[in-house]
Design a protein around this ligand. Structure first.
Ligand code: PA5
Length: 439
């Protein structure tokens, strides 16, 4: 088995002159690597894998061990880029039913990624009376969703286990100097990790933002980083293939890219990918809309649209080679369900045939198909995949002609929300929004 992820564009580019984009892709890659493009103060992620040193890894492992030794639950608080990377990797590696099984080490749960009152209530209810720790992650240190969750769980932990336990088992990941969380962590004496200034949230999974929760969940962050290093060193051909193909398709009217998986483990990788590409490319009224589906589940809901709906989509299938476990379909003497024709086969064989059959059907239906092959869902290949998508995003964004590293649009809802909440400093906006709503 090939030990590298690969991009196969055989069924994506029929009738297109993708070669015409070769020069543009090489120029975009050069812009990225030379740091001469827009947003070049946010390129710290580019050489992040190869620059993580032993000392950093040891420190993260030690903090993870502290939380693992004292806590039944670790609540990871963060949103967007301060949430999705860790969630994606943990879900991709974990037992699907880890939440219901007793295992070694704490259960890693997430908060601050929504403002759901009942969600917070239920989570507080779950950890009440149990020893828990907190990893609070916010680069700006001022984001509302994690700030609310942290205030709640910090107070709860201090009341429940005392200040000393809380101080030992709260770890903050934030900016080196600025922001409310930095000030609070300094005052309370929490262990802290820094999100480098030049690494944006959605590119930060290989910093302590992702590595700490992943290590707490019991996974091998060294292998994850090693996989990313492999892609950093040898992945350019795959990166260029992907960037060229998706830009060629976009220019040919395919405005929506659907990231497809056939294994439930990858659901949150798609969520991470959607943030990475959506926030990076969706600006100046341009950009491929990143969507995702979980097959075969969603074939029974979205399959009709994809097969027959408006032809503005293409699919990128993340195809996983080996499963971790084997489950054989048993033979049945009566065969009332008619399944004996696949008796003796393992379940993944059926899934692979569903995958191939679906790809061919969608191609026949006018949906170009890119394939990304991943040998197995291990730390190493996830590391490769993460770096592949990050660099692909940088190259692709420059090909599109946008700054892939800012996100001015995400402030719009916050301004309105603060005005509506009558946050000090927003008086003028509050008056304006009230007048608008009265009209
Ligand atoms: O990618 C981004 O910059 C955003 O999604 C942020 O990660 C998200 O808004 C959370 O920001 P912060 O880490 O500052 O709380």
């Amino acid at each position: 088995m090939d030990n590298f992820i690969r991009v196969i564009s055989k069924f994506a580019l029929e009738g297109l002159n993708a070669q015409a984009l070769q020069d543009a892709a090489l120029a975009a890659k050069q812009t990225l690597e030379s740091g001469s493009g827009a947003g070049n103060d946010f390129l710290g992620w580019l050489h992040l894998p190869s620059s993580i040193d032993e000392q950093q890894l040891q420190a993260i492992e030690k903090s993870a061990e502290q939380l693992r030794s004292e806590c039944e639950y670790v609540i990871t608080i963060g949103i967007g880029g301060s949430y999705l990377g860790a969630k994606a990797v943990i879900e991709a590696l974990n037992d699907h039913f880890a939440a219901y099984k007793s295992g070694n080490g704490p259960k890693v749960l997430f908060a601050g990624n929504n403002i759901g009152e009942d969600y917070l209530y239920d989570l507080m209810d779950l950890v009440r009376g149990h020893k828990f720790g907190i990893i609070v992650i916010s680069k700006s240190g001022t984001t509302t969703e994690p700030a609310i969750a942290f205030r709640l769980f910090k107070e709860m932990l201090e009341k429940q286990e005392g200040k000393e336990f809380a101080q030992r088992n709260i770890i903050a990941v934030t900016d080196a100097r600025r922001g409310a969380l930095r000030g609070l962590a300094t005052q309370e004496g929490y262990a802290t990790y820094v999100i480098p200034d030049d690494v944006g949230g959605r590119f930060s999974v290989l910093t302590p933002v992702g590595l700490l929760p992943i290590a707490v969940a019991g996974f091998d962050i060294r292998a994850l980083v090693a996989g990313a290093v492999e892609m950093e060193k040898d992945g350019d051909e795959q990166v260029l293939n992907y960037a060229i193909a998706r830009n060629a398709l976009y220019q040919n009217g395919k405005k929506i890219e659907i990231l497809v998986n056939f294994v439930p483990r990858l659901h949150f990788l798609a969520e991470w990918w959607k943030q990475l590409y959506g926030e990076s490319e969706g600006k100046d009224h341009k950009g491929i809309f990143p969507a995702s589906v979980d097959f075969t589940t969603d074939l029974h809901s979205m399959g009709q649209w994809i097969q027959d709906g408006e032809r503005t989509i293409f699919e990128t299938v993340v195809s996983v080679g080996d499963q971790q476990h084997e489950v054989i379909i048993p033979s049945d003497d009566e065969d009332l369900d008619g399944l004996n024709y696949i008796a003796g086969k393992n379940v993944d064989y059926v899934n692979k045939m569903a995958e191939l059959g679906t790809r061919l059907a969608h191609i026949d239906g006018g949906v170009p198909n890119l394939l990304i092959t991943v040998p197995a869902l291990t730390e190493r290949y996830l590391g490769q995949l993460i770096y592949f998508f990050e660099k692909g995003c940088g190259v692709s964004g420059y090909m599109l002609g946008v700054n892939p590293f800012n996100q001015p649009g995400v402030e719009a809802y916050k301004k309105n929300m603060f005005a509506l909440l009558e946050k000090p400093g927003h008086e003028e906006a509050t008056a304006a929004i009230k007048a608008r709503l009265k009209q």
